[in-house]
Design a protein around this ligand. Structure first.
Ligand SMILES: NC(=O)c1ccc[n+]([C@@H]2O[C@H](COP(=O)([O-])OP(=O)(O)OC[C@H]3O[C@@H](n4cnc5c(N)ncnc54)[C@H](OP(=O)(O)O)[C@@H]3O)[C@@H](O)[C@H]2O)c1
Length: 283
């Protein structure tokens, strides 16, 4: 039996199937959405659903994704939604990302995440990338300081090795790691296994291989989808949910029908044979 929820702490227990905001801003994750009202409507649909784990970052837009989250939160009156955001990437244009981990910059960006999301504290602050030009102690240290100040509840990492994760754990508790991982891209299996052992959340980015897994017309993914009267994207998400109880997939979409389909994927139960057949896709 797979667990439906993951517990960060007794007050932060989330449904494992979450949502990622990176599809909301303009092309190349740069500038505003083509239709900002639609982006806010997608966020409102996320808030109205049972998704209560939302992944975002200051660098998505920059800021536009966070501002759509903030706009949707203005009229939201339901139970708490956990917002996970990130710092450490600067932007120079569409599709361009440059890591900056200087502590004074990270501090500024935590403050700007609070402002752009309209929050008083951040449930999960992830270091988007470790900056090799700055000591890890300085990068994690400033986040730990801001945790002491009450601006951050939990600290996570993104795109790290097991060794980097262990080095960060020696500085402060790390509750999550966000690495690229999906049915056909399992390069970071060792990081997932370590997270599983440690009870750390593993948040796979590109859970649908940027949509490739949604359009698979042939092969085993489609066959299994047909058996479940489901879509390939849903089967790819069901596989992630069954792979480990510490996995929190955050599929991104700007389409409300896709959002609903992705949420429904948490109800799909793959047989052990189906799970094994899918697992062999990355061999
Ligand atoms: N930590 C990092 O460095 C990092 C890097 C990249 C991403 N991320 C995070 O990970 C999240 C997920 O990544 P992602 O959004 O880039 O890629 P993804 O979730 O693998 O795929 C998103 C793509 O799949 C399509 N899609 C989603 N649901 C679908 C469905 N049910 N049927 C058909 N197509 C579907 C979307 O198009 P439609 O809009 O048409 O649905 C979009 O083109 C991001 O939103 C972001 O929060 C983190």
């Amino acid at each position: 039996m797979t667990a439906k929820t993951f517990q960060f702490d007794p007050e932060l227990v989330v449904n494992r199937l979450g949502y990622g905001t990176m599809q909301l801003p303009g092309k190349g994750v740069w500038g505003p959405a083509e239709n900002p009202e639609e982006a806010v409507a997608v966020m409102q649909a996320v808030l109205a659903s049972d998704v209560n784990f939302i992944d975002t970052a200051d660098s998505y837009g920059p800021f536009f994704a966070n501002l759509y989250v903030k706009e949707a939160l203005k009229t939201y009156r339901g139970p708490h939604k956990m917002i996970a955001t990130k710092v450490g990437f600067t932007r120079q244009g569409p599709g361009e990302w440059t890591v900056v981990g200087r502590p004074e910059y990270l501090r500024q960006q935590v403050e700007l995440n609070l402002w752009s999301l309209g929050l008083e504290s951040i449930d999960l602050l992830q270091l988007h990338r470790i900056d090799p030009a700055v000591s890890l102690e300085a990068q994690i240290g400033v986040l730990a300081d801001m945790q002491q100040e009450g601006k951050i509840k939990h600290i996570g990492l993104s795109q790290v090795s097991v060794s980097e994760l262990k080095q960060a754990q020696a500085i402060t508790p790390i509750v999550s790691v966000q690495n690229r991982y999906n049915l056909i891209d399992r390069h970071d299996e060792a990081v997932l296994n370590y997270a599983d052992e440690q009870g750390i959340a593993f948040i796979p980015w590109f859970p649908l291989a940027t949509g490739k897994l949604a359009t698979d017309e042939n092969g085993i993914l489609m066959q299994i989808a047909k058996t479940h009267q489901a879509q390939p994207a849903q089967i790819a998400l069901a596989w992630l949910l069954q792979r480990s109880d510490v996995i929190l997939p955050i599929p991104g979409t700007r389409n409300i029908a896709h959002l609903k389909a992705n949420i429904a994927a948490q109800e799909i139960v793959l047989t052990p044979a189906e799970f094994d057949q899918l697992s062999r896709l990355a061999d």
